[in-house]
Ligand binder design. Structure first.
Ligand SMILES: Nc1ncnc2c1ncn2[C@@H]1O[C@H](COP(=O)(O)OP(=O)(O)OP(=O)(O)O)[C@@H](O)[C@H]1O
Ligand SMILES: [Mg+2]
Length: 362
């Protein structure tokens, strides 16, 4: 079995590394020649619109998946004439635009933050007025790691250049949720629609970028956690979804508010790599290749710390119960270059381990 992966970042690398023990081979497509995933698998380097490169990429593949949200949908349409694409193109299309995500949530009766759309500067000023303060202005497309966003806490934070400053593109204005915690539901769906949710994971962001995740969340036995799984299942049903799906949420009091979806393995699920179960990467590979899913509920307490901008040195990892994953990328400010997973037998041990790991590159 050979799987094609669109996108050559660290998620593609970790998908391939998880698939090799299952005897699966991989081919990676990315417009950039030297990428994290291409260090561990055969690669094709071409523009996403290069039809003949797409044809040679697709040759002999059993299935194609993606690890990057912004693969052009037209690329997938070209490929789908010869090879099955999993998860479905509709899921990817929806995740590429924040407005489509909100419309999905509304259609499926999943709570989300109040918002207005703005397609020009005048509409932006009106939308900010309607949503009120505090709010967050976001580009509808291409945003990641908090890029393309501006938080407005008061009227003085708004200026007439804001629309240009955010790239003169379609925007949405969202109420800023005073959340108690951020959580994500990572869930695998096999080809028959069976679901295998991982425990609800709690996430800490800084400047819009994920810093650390811990699981199970302290609310993983609550009604909210059950709602999070239901939301993921509704979305999967809507898209006849096969693969790993992630839904990010805010929790405010007893309210669960959906933020966005990722039709792929997710940074908040990296801890599953060292949790003596089938990791999110393994389960994504199992799902898209038509195999049954592996177990997703581990015993213990798990954490993940992201290393952003600077790759830590292996010598610094003397802690027991930790595992370092380096992506083979050049260090650059704001770039995710590695993560460490860790586990403990109690929540407080885990908390102090995560704290120590997070100080390694400070
Ligand atoms: N409406 C909101 N209310 C409160 N905080 C928010 C809101 N929207 C975004 N944030 C904060 O900014 C972070 C990044 O926002 P969001 O997930 O929308 O963007 P992104 O750039 O697509 O991130 P990702 O890297 O997850 O793709 C959130 O995890 C949260 O901490
Ligand atoms: Mg997000």
């Amino acid at each position: 079995m050979k799987i094609g992966i669109l996108g050559g970042g660290q998620l593609g690398r970790m998908l391939a590394l998880a698939g090799y023990p299952l005897g699966i081979k991989f081919r990676i497509f990315d417009p950039v020649e030297h990428t994290s995933a291409k260090q561990v698998a055969e690669g094709v380097t071409a523009d996403y619109s290069d039809i003949s490169a797409l044809e040679s990429f697709a040759k002999d593949l059993d299935v194609i998946t993606y690890e990057f949200e912004n693969v052009p949908v037209d690329t997938l349409k070209v490929l789908s004439s010869s090879v099955e694409i999993r998860p479905s193109i509709d899921a990817l299309l929806t995740s590429q635009d924040r407005l489509y995500e909100k419309e999905l949530f509304e259609r499926l009766d999943i709570p989300f933050a109040r918002y207005e759309v703005a397609d020009n500067s005048q509409q932006l000023s009106k939308a900010v007025e309607q949503v009120g303060f505090p709010c967050v202005v976001k580009t509808r497309r291409q945003g990641y790691d908090g890029k393309g966003q501006r938080v407005l806490r008061k009227l003085e934070d708004y200026n007439d250049q804001l629309w240009q400053e955010l790239g003169s593109c379609n925007l949405i204005v969202e109420e800023l949720i005073p959340f108690d915690r951020e959580v994500s539901q990572v869930c695998a769906f096999d080809i028959k629609g069976n679901s295998a949710p991982y425990p609800l994971t709690e996430n800490v962001h800084s400047g819009g970028i994920l810093k650390q995740s811990t699981a199970p969340s302290s609310i993983s036995d609550s009604k909210i956690a059950r709602q999070a799984i239901e939301c993921a299942e509704k979305i999967a049903t809507e898209f006849r979804y096969t693969g790993v799906l992630t839904v990010e949420f805010f929790v405010a009091g007893n309210r669960l508010i959906a933020n966005e979806i990722a039709p792929r393995v997710h940074n908040s699920g990296h801890w599953t790599q060292n949790a003596s179960i089938a990791s999110q990467f393994e389960n994504h590979i199992r799902a898209v290749s038509g195999m049954p899913l592996g177990a997703t509920i581990p015993k213990g307490f798990f954490g993940m710390v992201n290393f952003i901008g600077k790759t830590p040195s292996i010598e610094d990892f003397v802690e027991p119960n930790t595992s370092l994953h380096i992506y083979g990328k050049e260090d650059r400010p704001g770039r995710k270059v590695a993560h460490a997973n860790c586990f403990a037998s109690t929540q407080s041990e885990l908390d102090s381990l995560v704290l120590r790991l997070s100080k390694i590159i400070e």
